[in-house]
Design a protein around this ligand. Structure first.
Ligand code: AMP
Length: 552
């Protein structure tokens, strides 16, 4: 068992195993068995590549052998930072197959975040594209390797390569299977109770927490959400958000589609023309999106130029899709707006295809598994009656019991009886439908991408001209929320927005975390206890934006 991972208590292990919810099968093995039933079917399409289930697993197994031969071993960690490219599939499953644990970072992360993931997880490997969206990952990896001596394996997908780096493409082109008995990889079969992969939390503390997901729980995660969504072998799923996200990877995502023998269409492009032509060419039936993409697609003037009649469902996850936009999904795209309210820690809520219309338009769905325990609690931990707003807490067979190597934080983020505190304020009706109403946690949700406020505040505070800072959400028509930094300066200092951004860029963080507005003030509104009243600041910036909009 991976050190630093919190297992479920034995009585729950027993319950989940005996109920058959945990299949006791490693993730890659489970998928490979299904692949063997439909070897000639196309598993996924990515650019020019059309890859059958047989070829997908032949490549996964070849890479897995190469990884083992290179010295990677069960329980090792590799930070995986690959975008939506073909190599993602082979590398992710090649690692998981032999029990090497991918840490699922995202393409926009930069050296500060990646350095932290590498160090905190004790990773020995780092998988990158040579370049993506004009950013050179090789240079970043070179710099990180100088600082982190444990980092032995840098694996690169793409044309160019730095010294002592491993080319994933070359490994894929180099047969190795003839040198080993056909059952050789069985020796490296991971324990299904152990950690299969690590997701990142939206996080409320200074740095994102790592979420260890086991084989047992992640198979269930994908299976249950796919069942709630009605996936079958005819499903053609468009993976257009980063596959590394829990939503696109396994909730139900690509894994849920493959568990049901469907087909996946992988795209790195999100613009309406690219997406619409893929839907038309590949007869996509389901597209998994987030609010900014839905806004882009339903308002596109190109929508009428494409035959989108295959599209049945547009899923939305990461942040709430307003009823008005759900209506537009129906009217403009002629598709069912399926709300997915989920967490990378586990619990997933889905609106079902046969739900009553008012729940489809308004609710955030209900849990995908009957074994999900959900409660809405007040500040003292008491359960609230239906209809009252409180914090959503949850426990269940695919909701983790702790972050990786974070014992202190785990005490705050889980109740004593093992319920994960989501930090979401919700109400629940008698039928179990959940309605999101706001947040307890100090996170900004930028169209589904979470900004960890404390992390950004700490960086701004390190600026020599800044005396104090409060980062708050400001309303936005596309992203719902964006970050605004309220700053008190040191005496007689001045600062421009550009100064601040240049400074933060120099800190090598993902761009989506940057504040998008600066307000310099003399003081903050404070509570009697001296706490900054962020709610007042949020109201202040919302009013300012509204009056600027009116005077435009
Ligand atoms: P993540 O860990 O990035 O998956 O983020 C999980 C958090 O995103 C949840 O706790 C919610 O705050 C938010 N979230 C995800 N999906 C939705 C949704 N459909 N509606 C409202 N909030 C959502």
């Amino acid at each position: 068992m991976l050190e630093g991972f919190t297992p479920w208590p034995p009585q729950y292990v027993k319950r989940y195993r005996e109920a058959g919810w945990w299949e006791e099968k490693p993730l890659a093995e489970k998928l490979e068995e299904i692949a063997a039933e439909v070897p000639d079917k196309v598993a996924f399409v990515c650019g020019e590549a059309r890859v059958t289930y047989r070829d997908m697993f032949a490549r996964i197994n070849r890479l897995a052998l190469h990884f083992v031969e290179a010295g990677l071993r069960l329980g090792d960690r590799v930070v995986l930072q690959l975008p939506n490219i073909e190599e993602f599939v082979y590398t992710f499953f090649g690692l998981v197959k032999v029990g090497v644990i991918p840490i699922m970072s995202l393409p926009p992360h930069r050296s500060t975040e990646i350095g932290y993931f590498l160090r905190h997880s004790g990773a020995v490997g780092y998988a990158i594209p040579s370049e993506f969206r004009k950013f050179n990952y090789i240079e970043m990896a070179e710099a990180l390797r100088k600082e982190i001596s444990e980092l032995k394996y840098i694996m690169v997908a793409g044309e160019s390569l730095g010294p002592d780096m491993i080319s994933i493409n070359r490994l894929l082109d180099t047969p190795i299977e003839d040198r080993y008995p056909s059952d050789y990889l069985k020796k490296f079969r991971p324990d299904p109770y152990d950690v299969a992969l690590v997701h990142l939390s939206g996080g409320t503390t200074a740095l994102p927490k790592l979420i260890p997901r086991t084989h047992n729980d992640y198979v269930l995660n994908a299976k249950q959400s796919a069942a709630a969504a009605g996936v079958d072998a005819d499903t053609v799923f468009l993976a257009v958000l980063p596959i590394a996200h829990n939503f696109t990877l396994g909730s139900y995502g690509v894994i849920g589609t493959w568990l049901n023998k469907g087909r996946v269409v992988i795209s790195a492009a999100t613009d309406p023309q690219s997406v619409f032509s893929l839907i038309r060419e590949e007869k996509v039936t389901v597209a998994a999106a987030a609010v900014p993409l839905v806004v882009l697609w339903v308002n596109s003037k190109d929508v009428g130029r494409y035959d989108l009649s295959s599209l049945k469902v547009v899923q939305n996850g990461g942040a709430r899709l307003a009823p008005e936009l759900r209506r537009k999904v129906k009217e403009v795209l002629n598709a069912f707006p399926q709300e997915v309210f989920g967490t990378a820690e586990g619990l997933l809520n889905y609106v079902r295809l046969n739900d009553p219309d008012d729940m489809v338009m308004e609710s955030s769905g209900r849990p995908v598994s009957p074994h999900d325990e959900v409660k809405v609690i007040d500040d003292f931990g008491n359960s609230l009656p239906f209809g009252e707003i409180g914090e959503l807490v949850t426990r269940g067979p695919y909701t983790v019991r702790g972050y990786f190597r974070a014992p202190e934080h785990n005490k705050a983020a889980w109740t004593e009886d093992g319920f994960y505190k989501t930090g979401d304020l919700v109400r629940m009706n008698e039928k179990g439908y959940i309605f999101t109403e706001g947040r307890k946690k100090d996170v900004i949700n930028r169209g589904g991408e979470k900004i960890n406020v404390e992390e950004v505040e700490n960086l701004i505070l390190s600026h020599p001209k800044v005396k104090n800072v409060a980062v708050v959400a400001m309303p936005d028509p596309v992203f719902l929320e964006r970050a605004c930094a309220y700053v008190i300066l040191q005496d007689n200092e001045t600062i421009t927005f550009k100064d601040l951004i240049d400074y933060l860029l120099g800190k090598n963080i993902a761009k989506f975390k940057l504040p998008e507005r600066l307000e310099v003030v003399a003081e903050f509104p404070l509570s009697p206890a001296g706490k900054i009243l962020k709610r007042d600041l949020r109201e202040d910036i919302a009013k300012k934006l509204e009056s600027e909009r009116r005077t435009k």
